[in-house]
Design a protein. Structure first.
Length: 429
């Protein structure tokens, strides 16, 4: 088993130490010879790199940590490149979560009008980065953790890049269900279906042993014994989970309780402001030369279990693991959900091996979920078109197609607000 070279675009993120912690702890599954952190914010990047080196040293790893502001230089000869960038930073996120409220729409960075704004800013930047990766390391895998993951991954795949999207929702459910049942997470396999940030757990299998093909269906037991706790975790009414008999992602709250969420957001303000303060405190902690572990405060930053999910995906993909494994990823539909176009990006369990990503067949999706999946997938197609080709009319089309908006009298002013708040990031505006 040979060690690999990884690069992280957006390596100056305050969340990077979570990723480093997983890489250091799980070194046997994914031995990393060199880790390159890439970010234009050089001072912040060096701060993160210093902590990264101390974390690796604490675990006795000899991983070399390199920093650069050059994507082309940093990704050269990399086996895989992780994308975790935020175009515009927390300031523009605060904007995404604020101006939609003026039109009575949810303010959120990955869905609704705010999510569209993020897609418009992000897709061109990511595609430029991907072309540099193709030049410097044509065989590298691109793992996208940059939101909105579904739209960004679709853009990458449509351009022929060797890419897969990754989200922490599924691994979060796996870990929480395992805790409820008192078993190790490797024994839990999810019947997870939908689009990124629009998924349902339709089944939960307690495997006979890790990696087994068979096991016992335990979702009814989980809902009967732990339904109140699960409902609180996803911030949805327990009665809704009882009615559905499945566990929706917490992002479904924006659809199932849209107006309630809008009123809450108007009263409490944006999540971005809270995250910005957490980031300020984290950077102060990271500057301590004695710190050699991820601080507890990082848990409040979001993205729990991202590092474990990344290692579990990369190990079989790069051939450092046991060969083949099954994980939930974002990848091309290619007929798996027959009511969607082949080039739609779906989020389902897939077999991962050194040859690629192979989504597993899915049983028919119930109309209650399939209808919403198809609706949002159509929006994502129009959002990608707007991100690639620009133009106010394309922005309006995408907003009209989104089930959280869908009204002409709402889409028109939202489009103008979106463009006004993002003009500096839109080459066509």
């Amino acid at each position: 088993m040979s060690a690999v070279k990884l690069a992280v675009v957006g390596g100056g993120s305050t969340y990077t130490p979570e990723l480093i912690d997983g890489f250091a702890r799980l070194h046997e599954a994914l031995p990393i010879a060199e880790l390159v952190l890439i970010d234009p914010a050089e001072q912040r990047l060096e701060l993160i790199a210093g902590l990264a080196r101390r974390i690796f040293d604490r675990y006795g790893r000899d991983t070399r940590v390199v920093t650069t502001s050059s994507v082309l230089q940093g990704v050269s000869d990399a086996d895989a490149v992780l994308l975790q960038l935020r175009v515009g930073g927390q300031a523009i996120r605060n904007s995404d979560e604020s101006w939609p409220l003026d039109c009575g729409c949810v303010g959120q960075e990955t869905t609704g009008a705010g999510g569209l704004a993020k897609a418009l800013r992000t897709v061109p930047v990511v595609l430029d980065i991907a072309e540099q990766i193709r030049t410097a390391s044509p065989n590298a895998w691109i793992v996208d953790f940059t939101n909105p993951v579904g739209i960004v991954t679709r853009a990458l795949l449509n351009e022929g890049h060797r890419a897969v999207g990754l989200c922490n929702v599924a691994i979060g459910f796996q870990r929480r269900f395992a805790r409820h049942l008192g078993v190790e997470p490797a024994l839990i396999r999810l019947d997870h279906v939908g689009l990124n940030h629009l998924t349902w757990e339709r089944g939960v299998t307690l495997l006979d042993h890790p990696g087994a093909a068979t096991g016992q269906e335990v979702l009814p037991k989980l809902l009967a014994n732990f339904g109140e706790a699960i409902a609180a975790d996803v911030r949805l009414p327990h009665s809704l989970l009882q009615r559905l008999g499945v566990v929706p992602s917490y992002y479904l709250r924006y659809f199932y309780q849209h107006d309630t969420v809008v009123e809450e957001q108007r009263a409490t303000g944006s999540r971005a402001a809270e995250v910005a303060e957490i980031e300020r405190q984290l950077l102060d902690l990271y500057a301590d030369p004695a710190l050699d572990h991820k601080p507890a405060l990082l848990e409040k930053r979001g993205g729990a279990y991202y590092s474990e999910a990344a290692v579990q995906l990369l190990a079989p993909l790069l051939g450092t693991g046991d060969g083949t494994d099954v994980h939930v990823v974002d990848t091309r539909n290619d007929g798996i959900l027959p009511f969607l176009p082949d080039d739609a990006v779906i989020e389902v369990p897939a077999q991962i091996d050194a040859d690629g990503v192979w989504p597993l067949p899915q049983r028919p999706v119930e109309p209650l979920y399939a209808g919403l999946i198809a609706h949002v997938a159509a929006y994502e197609q129009l959002a990608l078109r707007a991100a690639l080709d620009g133009g106010r009319d394309r922005v309006v089309d995408a907003l009209l197609a989104h089930p959280l908006i869908g009204q002409w009298d709402t889409a028109e002013p939202l489009a103008d607000r979106l463009i006004a708040h993002n003009r500096a990031y839109l080459s066509w505006a």
